[in-house]
Design a binder for this molecule. Sequence first.
Ligand SMILES: Nc1ncnc2c1ncn2[C@@H]1O[C@H](COP(=O)(O)OP(=O)(O)OP(=O)(O)O)[C@@H](O)[C@H]1O
Ligand SMILES: C[C@@](O)(CCOP(=O)(O)O)CC(=O)O
Length: 486
Amino acid sequence: MTAAEVSQALNLTDLKDRSWSIVASSAIKGEGLTEGLDWLMDVIKDEQLMSTVRAFSAPGKALIAGGYLVLDPAYNAYVTALSCRMHAVIESREVPAKSKITIDSPQFGKGHWVYEMKDEEFRVEQVEGDLNPFVGAAVETILKYVEPRESFNYHITIYSDAGYHTQQDTRAVKSGNGAKQFLYHLEPIGQVAKTGLGSSAGLVSVITGSLLSVFKKSSLDEIKDKIHNLAQISHCYAQKKVGSGFDVAAAIYGSIIYRRFHASVIDEYFQNPKQEKLQEIVNNQWDFKHVRCALPPGIKLLMGDISGGSETPKLVSKVLKWKNEDPNTSKLLYENLNSANMSLVNALDQLHKEYEENESNYRDNLNKFSTDSIISSNLQSLVNSLHDIRQYLKKLTNLTGADIEPELQTILLDACFTLPGCLGGVVPGAGGFDAISLLVVESKVDQILNQTMSDSRFSNVSWLNLHEEAEGILEENPADYKDLSA
Ligand SMILES: Nc1ncnc2c1ncn2[C@@H]1O[C@H](COP(=O)(O)OP(=O)(O)OP(=O)(O)O)[C@@H](O)[C@H]1O
Ligand SMILES: C[C@@](O)(CCOP(=O)(O)O)CC(=O)O
């Protein structure tokens, strides 16, 4: 008897009992347990897809190489996904008179939004809550795409990890099984200082991912590209501009080498926001690049926040204005900056190879690293490329008048380079006064944290408790979000 037959014969419905049916049937048949376990995995997957509660998470981001250039599809960028993640727990509730989606964000004041289906055109009407463009755009776009024929009532609870926002004036709340802990603020989300790590991209990605997964009863892998396309459209719609999309791509695909999609893909839809156009765009394979790329073993990302923040749109407009006014100088500077960016990517690739060839030698070189005695030529290339990226970003700062690497950050980054095991660092993304990104030797991280505590040069830096995480959007265990209490 197969496991299914045993389960049916014994009318076993509960998954645990059904698991035992596998053992029984395998014993009866005297065959290996693997056939039964394969069956169990399929059963669990089906249970998950049919479950009324599912959970998802997506990472934050730091654009280490490629700021500004990544707006142009001619250039590649390297974006790291971060361990601070946005989470969504979605559950299906009793269907009311009007289909609706409720989104709660209990960590923030007034974190409650309700959207009802308005008409047969699948338009939504916000019936409760303040304006949240990212939540609204995600809900509206997914319903327009799915065109749900059956009534529904989904409730999504959003949680964001500590790294996205200031940790001042918060209280820690832990889940019943201790798997998750989140910081709760009194203020509404719009009044809480952020660290610029892509909370909106993560938010749009997990709302889109959770809704599409339950509407389509699909696993993430089957629909990941569609989630990406929908999340990009929603994020651009909410921002009222078509950025490079590196932040949404990192939220979906993790740490990647990224080349942007052509803005025309989304512009067309905004010109003609009809359902059939949306379906066509989302179901198409977009022409963009997302190749997995994580830091080599033993090299860690260390981010230092100075509670500054930056006005990305203002910085971008200053750079693009200069680029249009001085095409020759900007072309040369872009090419120089791009070769420094790609030298960084190549150095990371070579270091991965060095590790594969001889791990102990690789680790020995890393642990012996200091700025005046670099043993490995690949480490030297990494140090040089980080230095060169800063040099060109500084030039861009001076030529455009945009505070990309402002003097305060120059002084801080120069001081960081004197720390033991620091390979270099940059102002990520658009730069400004957001958190700086350092690449450091993993075995020296504790020494750096201890040393900077008593060094006045770092008195206004708070080192963020996060690291690079290779994975993008993931399905999580809903049980990890139950019984959250202070
Ligand atoms: N946990 C959350 N719950 C509800 N809305 C959120 C949450 N986190 C972020 N948001 C929405 O995203 C907005 C912040 O997005 P914004 O693009 O300004 O910053 P960011 O994405 O964190 O940083 P950056 O764009 O610099 O990477 C908030 O004002 C809010 O509308
Ligand atoms: C300046 C830019 O290239 C990067 C912005 O990065 P960040 O939001 O500062 O992390 C803009 C973009 O890519 O959309």
